[in-house]
Design a protein around this ligand. Structure first.
Ligand code: ZN
Length: 189
């Protein structure tokens, strides 16, 4: 597929085409894109389980195994710093500013509470989910952040077990086969 801009070669053509399909439809919600991305990368997560409801801020995406919460923030409502989507309406500016301030303060409070309970928080901004480049960067960040914590998702238990068995078989000393020269053996046949 022809590209308009060069991109760091972190993904295979297959992965790239999957990413393309994620953003192909215009109505793709940022959260849905992130969920699809996680799914394709093979990460397990919960979206509306009891854990999600119990945690501070009732996060939408929870990865229990990695003790990580992913927050997908809309750039306008959550004020993505320096983002063109985070404009302030010119009418009722004070009303909007108060509203934005409350949102930002709440986000910070939720992040702090989650951290205090031992959860890592990863914030993904809406604008990052709108392009393939952005999704690639998110995927790379997920791999980097999550693979360093508890498990390597590339190694399935079955594969690990199979490799262990093969390795053990390779290392095992061969049994010496002794030639038994017994006189009269040939005569016995
Ligand atoms: Zn943004």
């Amino acid at each position: 597929m022809p590209r308009s801009r060069p991109v760091a070669d972190t993904f295979t053509p297959d992965e790239r085409s999957r990413l393309m399909s994620l953003i192909r439809s215009r109505d793709t919600k940022p959260e849905r894109a992130v969920r699809s991305l996680l799914h394709h990368l093979g990460y397990r997560f919960t979206i509306s389980g009891p854990r999600n409801r119990r945690l501070p801020g009732k996060p939408d995406i929870v990865l229990p195994k990695f003790e990580t919460v992913i927050m997908v923030h809309g750039c306008f409502w959550h004020r993505h710093p320096g983002c063109r989507l985070a404009s302030t309406p010119s009418t009722n500016a004070e009303f909007w500013q108060n509203k934005f301030d409350r949102n930002v303060a709440r986000d910070a409070r939720v992040r702090r509470k989650l951290n205090q309970q031992g959860w890592s928080v990863m914030v993904i901004w809406e604008c990052q989910t709108r392009t393939v480049d952005g999704l690639e960067k998110i995927a790379a960040r997920l791999r980097r952040t999550l693979s360093g914590t508890k498990i390597s998702y590339a190694a399935s238990p079955e594969k690990t077990a199979a490799l262990r068995v093969a390795e053990k078989a390779r290392k095992a000393p061969r049994k010496k086969i002794r030639k038994v020269e017994s006189p009269g053996k040939h005569d016995a046949r």
